[in-house]
Design a protein around this ligand. Sequence first.
Ligand code: GDP
Ligand code: MN
Length: 381
Amino acid sequence: MFVDEHSAKQLLAQAGLPVPTGGRASTAEQAVDIARRLQVPVVIKALVPAGGRGHAGGVRFAEEAEAAGSAAAQLLGSVVQGHHVDQLIVEEQIAIAAEFYAAIVTNSSLRCPVLLFSPEGGVHIEQLYAERPAMVLSLPVDLRYPLEPARVQEWLGRHASEHPGLAGAFVRLYGLYTTIDAELLEVNPLAWTQAGDLVALDCKLVVDDGALVRHPELSKSEAPGTALERLARTKGLTYIELDGEVGVLANGAGLTMATMDAIESYGGRPANFLEVGGDAYTKAAAALEIVVSHRQVRSLLINLCGAFARTDIIVEAVVTGWRKIAPSVPVAASVHGTGEERAAHLLRDGLGVEPFETMDDAVIAAVMMARRSAEGGDGTP
Ligand code: GDP
Ligand code: MN
């Protein structure tokens, strides 16, 4: 599970690692309030689950509250690194003397946590490592024994003596990493301030999904994703919102991806990734509701291929969902394999839709319907 930066920083603070003072905002007014309360120059950051925001314009600086408000207004509703921005972090600006990279990652081939440090942080660590591997120090750790501060001190060498507190910061990071069952805990940059302190300016924390039962406190933190993505998660569905117009309801991840590719190759754009395979089999009604709720959807493509999955059971659920919400989008369908005859019958009766002979025909129809309804028609062929 990806823990958002604001929640991750609260955990860092609890673990004894200083973080900038600030808060979370979802409106420009809230951003102004936080900046006013802080009474110092602030940083306004898009709270999205991706790095590289600095380069993408997702990190702004403001000297006073009014400017923080306009920066916030610009960021909210924009897209940063492919993510819609609906929340921000507003924090005090830190006067930086140096930016370090500090991380602990679970290394699956070594089967242990590895501490990583670079005196040149703030940048893409993968790129730095590719170009100048000597700039990245690493220390594999044996989970069976406590991490000795002296060991970390020795590993960091002159960096530790030049920057008092650095070894201690790693020990505290490691403490958090183990207690929270992290797979990745990355602080980039870990700032060395002009006053000679260490402050975590950014934090990326990924917790092992298998350990979430041990951390009920994490479910309280805001999960990432759009409103529909969060809703889908509560219903046990994997839904990823995209910016196309053709809503996709297919079974199995493979067929769903092939369907999305086919839409693209016929000149359309999928509005979502969502599969109703595996144990999501009987959740087609909820799935339909989520797919057609995406405001950009102009047509719906139902593409089912049954082997173990019974297409008629999926369609039955779709029809139930359809009756409940009565969406106004036109539908193109292709149904093949186990249960296809009954599925076709249910589609005719329930939705008034005749399935196409082939998947390609259904995809072409869905793309045309989306195009027509975008041009103002009702989309029906
Ligand atoms: P990322 O680009 O998504 O990793 O976002 P970061 O939170 O790491 O911010 C990107 C860059 O903005 C950092 O590497 C810093 O150079 C700069 N930055 C962020 N916060 C501060 C701050 O408080 N003071 C200063 N001077 N720079 C900051
Ligand atoms: Mn960063």
